[in-house]
Write a protein that binds this ligand. Structure first.
Ligand code: PGA
Length: 257
């Protein structure tokens, strides 16, 4: 069965002090490996090391919010996959809507990063999602298909074990406008069907598909109950223990045994 993954995307937030405090609160709550679900935090680059040190003996994993596709070398300002592995990252978030729409990342660039991370044995959370205008004009499925095909071009079956998809409707991110459970389930089922068609039913049935976009303690359980929702990618609510823990606890309650 697919294990729930609840991932906190801290984005460009926190200070060294608040990052440490949040890591301490989470590491003391999740002290040993919970077999039924997985918790992950993705702090900004400068805080990966201090946060990773605090999380080392806990069940909370460490992830990064971006990476570059080239091996270490002359790429001023970029961070390579082996560096993230070196400081203890298990995951990297790629294709996030803020990187697509604010930083201008294309499916081609995202694909290079996805392949470099997977080839470097760093698990990828690949984000896909439509704009409000695309949903309004009935384009949601087409946008998802394009982003999946672009992001996963050339990705072979052998690497899929380390891939997680996150469905994040752009209009729901940071807006408080969560997708309805029906909208989320429909998009997740569509993505799973895409995986069946592009790869096979076995791959599709094992792939975790997270929902992201204004997930909070009071809507997490209903979303996580959807048959094709396998976890949450949480932005704003992941910045404080009192807002993040209820989401993780919803996953713990629902953990499928
Ligand atoms: P949000 O962000 O929870 O603040 O809507 C989600 C995300 O961008 O991953």
């Amino acid at each position: 069965m697919r294990r729930y993954l609840v991932a906190g995307n801290w984005k460009m937030n926190s200070t060294l002090e608040s990052a440490r405090a949040l890591a301490k609160a989470l590491s003391s709550r999740f002290t040993q490996d919970e077999t039924g679900f997985e918790v992950l935090v993705c702090p900004p680059y400068p805080y990966l090391v201090p946060v990773g040190e605090i999380l080392r003996d806990s069940a909370v994993g460490l992830g990064a919010q971006n990476c570059y596709f080239e091996p270490p070398g002359a790429f001023t300002g970029e961070v390579a996959v082996p560096m993230l592995k070196d400081v203890g990252c298990r995951y990297v978030i790629l294709g996030h809507s803020e990187r697509r729409h604010v930083l201008g990342e294309t499916d081609q660039l995202i694909n290079k990063k996805v392949r470099a991370a997977l080839e470097g044995e760093l698990a990828v959370i690949l984000c896909v999602g439509e704009l409000l205008s695309e949903r309004a004009s009935g384009m949601t499925d087409r946008v998802l298909d394009t982003q999946m095909a672009g992001g996963l071009a050339g990705v072979v079956d052998a690497h899929l074990e380390h891939l997680v998809i996150a469905y994040e409707p752009v209009w729901a991110i940071g807006t408080g406008m969560t997708a309805s459970t029906e909208q989320a389930q429909a998009a997740h089922a569509h993505l799973r069907k895409w995986l069946t068609d592009r790869y096979n039913a076995h791959v599709a049935s094992r792939m975790r598909i997270l929902y992201g976009g204004s997930v909070k303690g009071d809507n997490a359980e209903a979303l996580l109950r959807q048959p094709d929702v396998d976890g949450a990618l949480v932005g704003g609510a992941s910045l404080k223990p009192e807002t993040f823990l209820p989401i993780v606890e919803a996953a713990a309650r629902l953990t499928r045994t």
